[in-house]
Ligand binder design. Structure first.
Ligand code: SF4
Ligand code: SF4
Length: 407
């Protein structure tokens, strides 16, 4: 296993992090025995960063991880990353309450890497500041209950930079893969964080599996052209670790073969180690995806901000995903989450477009943004998914949070 330091003066962390959000299941329940076996296998092969969060598996992820660590006496060998459910915080007292619940669930006295979960705008961070998060962090770091502080981000590139610059963060967590170089924080955000000495953890390296076994046939055929037989997942991960700015890459591993493969790539890939031929294959694969694109949006962001709140590149990214991978539930969930403002964030779906036309003047691709947004919404909206997302939001308490933000 290779190790990189995520934060200044911090510990050496395995470049592959264990994502505890997708444990294997059996008969509709988490298969705890299998989950433990897989976590142990990863540990024995060098993985020392385990990432969980308050809502994962309805709260069971933290409990299962805590039990595993204690069962094998690994607390001083494994670094726990956990996240404050920022979207649930409506009063100052809740910050401490959630934190204490997390310590209890994990059966530990401290959390190594603690993140503000799912910040999507400066506003979501400011809400936490209003509730006293800065003093909370100071106190917890002083008494050793939090070792390092960071945030995870889902939002627009400019919001990422604003949050990054608004606090003395040690690390952050962003979505990054070869199809999302210009979405969310993107490559620019990754580089900015690196320049500032802020460690970066990568999530969704394979877009929830879409860049792995679910990749389009044409993509699989292109990868098969290479002299060495490798899976699409291998390529996707190798491309990420090729970036020196990347610290830890999280993988929600729950299939034995995938864990073995991920460890293999993690062992093999050092920064800037991809050959010209390999980079060429990835570039050709990107071209294949470009041809499958419904809207030729590069995510350049020149059309933003929309005065009515539409996340234009975000909506087109979801729309294109439908044409890359089919009408998957993940794509629809992602789009409807924008529409309803999932997680206490602002609504940013294509349905907000008033057709003012301001954005189109700035698009270097000359996209008929108004027309395409209408089509995107028509094709991605779904009553059933709206119902499902609202149920999830209610479960997470995000609705109350949304109210609080707007008050
Ligand atoms: S045309 Fe629609 S998306 Fe473009 S700026 Fe106006 S409201 Fe926003
Ligand atoms: S300006 Fe055009 S290409 Fe750039 S993000 Fe907006 S729609 Fe996409």
């Amino acid at each position: 296993m290779q190790y990189r330091k995520l934060v200044k003066g911090g510990e050496k962390l395995s470049v592959l992090g264990y994502g505890c959000m997708r444990f294997p299941s059996k008969n509709g329940r988490i298969d705890i025995k299998k989950s433990e076996e897989q976590m142990l296998y990863a540990f024995e092969n060098g993985v020392n960063y385990y990432d969980t969060a308050y809502p994962y598996h309805g709260g069971k992820s933290e409990v299962i991880l805590g039990k595993f660590i204690n069962k094998y006496n690994l607390r001083d060998k494994i670094y726990i990353a956990d996240k404050l459910p920022a979207y649930l915080v409506n009063k100052p007292i809740q910050i401490e309450k959630y934190f204490n619940t997390q310590l209890k669930r994990l059966n530990t006295d401290y959390i190594d890497y603690y993140l503000m979960h799912m910040l999507d705008s400066l506003q979501s961070w400011q809400k936490l500041k209003k509730f006293g998060i800065i003093d909370f962090i100071k106190e917890k770091k002083k008494n050793g209950q939090i070792k390092h502080i960071g945030f995870s981000f889902h939002g627009r590139p400019e919001e990422f930079i604003k949050i990054l610059e608004d606090y003395d963060w040690e690390f952050c967590q962003i979505q990054f893969n070869y199809l999302d170089e210009y979405n969310q924080a993107g490559l620019a955000g990754l580089k900015k964080a690196y320049e500032k000495g802020i460690g970066v953890v990568i999530m969704e390296p394979l877009r929830g599996g879409n860049l792995a076994s679910k990749a389009p046939d044409k993509v699989k055929e292109k990868f098969a052209d290479y002299s060495e037989k490798r899976s699409p997942a291998f390529w996707g991960l190798r491309w990420i670790w090729n970036h020196k700015e990347v610290g830890v890459v999280l993988s929600g591993m729950n299939v034995d073969e995938h864990i073995k493969e991920n460890i293999k790539v993690a062992n093999l890939t050092t920064p800037d180690s991809m050959s010209v031929d390999e980079i060429k294959i990835i570039d050709e694969v990107k071209e294949i995806y470009k041809k499958l694109m419904k809207v030729p949006c590069t995510g350049c962001n020149y059309c933003m901000p929309c005065p009515f709140g539409v996340d234009i590149p975000g909506a087109f990214s979801d729309y294109n995903s439908k044409y890359f991978f089919g009408k998957s539930r993940i794509t629809q969930f992602q789009y409807i989450s924008r529409v309803v403002g999932f997680g206490g964030g602002n609504k940013s779906g294509a349905d907000l477009c008033t057709e003012c036309g301001k954005c189109e003047k700035h698009c270097p691709q000359n996209i008929q943004i108004r027309k395409e947004l209408k089509s995107a919404h028509k094709e991605l909206d779904s009553k059933l998914m709206r119902f499902f997302v609202k149920i999830v939001m209610r479960f997470m308490g995000a609705r109350n949070n949304k109210k609080e933000v707007s008050e």
